[in-house]
Write a protein that binds this ligand. Structure first.
Ligand SMILES: Cc1cc2nc3c(=O)[nH]c(=O)nc-3n(C[C@H](O)[C@H](O)[C@H](O)COP(=O)(O)OP(=O)(O)OC[C@H]3O[C@@H](n4cnc5c(N)ncnc54)[C@H](O)[C@@H]3O)c2cc1C
Length: 429
């Protein structure tokens, strides 16, 4: 039996994806300069940037292009790293924090440049609003924005008091916030499919239904990447499987934890959509287990909220997300939900990503902790630079300490559940 790819999650994105004919599974032996494992933003961007540098690249994807988090996420493109700049300054010092800010700004621009230069049709819109769910979080947000302006010269921000925020996002349950004019949102699966098309146009070979089962190092130092029906021999190998890694590399597995997160898309809201979010920005709140939402191009509310730890999804995902959504929009409690789905992201203990050269010729970037639209795309650019011989910027990210989850393979999940439940409780207090 030939290997088969699992279909996309039953998402609004899969229902509105541009046509993407299946790519053939890997069959037989082949060679390339670089073999990339996983066709999400990390893998596709790595492949595209390497191909632009003249490298031959094979991408092996267990399922379909964009099947993982890259095809299912909230579509929000954030400024900055996953942690705010003050935290980064305290942790790593001012010089490193500045470098991280500059890299994150470039990450955001990289996404926009890729969309523009490859004419990727993915409903890109700028504007993202941060909403504070507690008065104390509003005070923190004001300080953060003032800090970004004063210390980093960041001018994309507009502070919103409670009334202006309520008018901008159609609900008065938040205490104030700010608008980030250079962040934004997009159709995540069509963005991934566009990256794949751009990579193929640059010469990359992509195989779907090609799950990698083993990576072996040969006597000459090359990597042999094995699937059910084929082998790729390559000088360098990039692990870009993120939350779906599933034991392929024990060292990476110990440092990133898969988490399931859920999204629902309502039926189109018609004229009401423009009254709900008149500026059509994406919105993200200050909860630890964050609520995030936006309007799709056809006027649906796409709302993300709630997560689970482990492999079991809620029986009724639409009902699960609706429970979160109606706390923000009680008026939408009965609105029909047309699509509801889950996806796996990966988090690290620090919530900063895990970039590493694991051993000579084997690289990874993962653990974006919910911040991957920009940073995973950018990881591909830095991985390509490093493999091409300039490790300077990759090394900035790779120098960030990322500790192993406590408890080892058996007990790390229970300890994560205890930790996350504590933070979820803080959200409610
Ligand atoms: C519900 C949800 C909402 C999110 N919302 C946002 C958001 O709004 N903004 C934001 O910035 N980030 C968000 N994220 C995070 C973001 O989607 C991810 O950080 C990003 O997509 C990671 O990209 P990736 O390419 O590293 O991994 P993925 O897109 O997960 O791709 C990994 C790929 O590797 C493949 N794979 C795994 N194992 C193998 C193997 N052995 N052989 C071959 N292939 C393999 C998988 O099939 C998969 O396609 C969200 C994530 C989820 C799940």
């Amino acid at each position: 039996m030939p290997p088969t790819a699992r279909p996309h999650a039953p998402s609004y994105y899969a229902a509105t994806a541009h046509a993407a004919p299946p790519r053939p599974a890997l069959a037989g032996a082949t060679t390339a300069d670089v073999c990339v494992i996983g066709a999400g933003y990390t893998g596709l961007s790595t492949a595209l940037h390497l191909a632009k540098k003249g490298r031959s690249v094979v991408v092996l994807e267990a399922n379909r292009v964009g099947w993982g988090a890259s095809g299912r996420n909230g579509g929000q493109l954030h400024s900055g790293q996953r942690r705010d700049q003050k935290t980064l300054e305290n942790w790593y010092g001012e010089t490193c924090a500045r470098l991280l800010f500059d890299l994150a700004e470039e990450a955001k621009r990289t996404v926009e440049d890729l969309i523009a230069s490859h004419a990727i049709d993915c409903d890109w819109r700028d504007g993202l609003i941060h909403a504070a769910h507690k008065p104390s979080r509003h005070v923190e947000a004001i300080r953060e924005v003032e800090h970004l302006v004063a210390r980093y010269g960041y001018t994309g921000t507009t502070l919103l008091d409670r009334d202006r925020l309520a008018a901008a996002i159609g609900t008065d349950v938040y205490f104030g916030g700010w608008r980030d004019g250079t962040a934004g949102h997009l159709h995540p699966l069509n963005y991934a499919l566009g990256l794949a098309r751009a990579a193929e146009a640059a010469g990359v070979r992509i195989h779907e239904a090609s799950r990698v089962t083993e990576i072996v190092r040969t006597a000459t130092g090359a990597g042999r990447v094995v699937t059910a029906d084929g082998i790729v021999t390559a000088s360098d190998v990039v692990l870009a499987a993120n939350g779906y890694l599933d034991g392929l590399d024990a060292d990476v597995d110990a440092r990133v934890m898969p988490i399931r997160n859920y999204v629902a898309a309502t039926t189109p809201l018609g004229d009401f959509a423009d009254r709900l979010i008149p500026g059509r920005e994406a919105v993200s709140d200050s909860r630890y287990v964050v609520h995030y939402w936006r309007l799709s191009a056809d006027g649906r509310l796409i709302f993300g909220g709630g997560e689970t730890y482990g492999h079991r999804d809620p029986k009724d995902i639409a009902g699960f997300v609706r429970g979160h959504m109606k706390k923000i929009y009680p008026g939408l409690a009965e609105v029909p939900i047309d699509h509801a789905w889950g996806g796996t992201l990966s988090v690290t203990l620090s919530r900063m990503p895990f970039f590493r050269r694991l051993r000579p010729g084997l690289y990874t970037a993962c653990g974006y902790s919910g911040h991957g639209v920009a940073i995973a795309t950018f990881a591909g650019k830095l991985l390509a630079e490093a493999i091409d011989g300039d490790t300077s910027r990759f090394d900035v990210m790779a120098s960030l300490p990322v500790r192993r989850f406590p408890g080892g393979p058996l007990f790390r999940l229970p300890s994560l559940v205890i930790g996350m439940s504590w933070y979820a409780l803080l959200d409610r207090l």
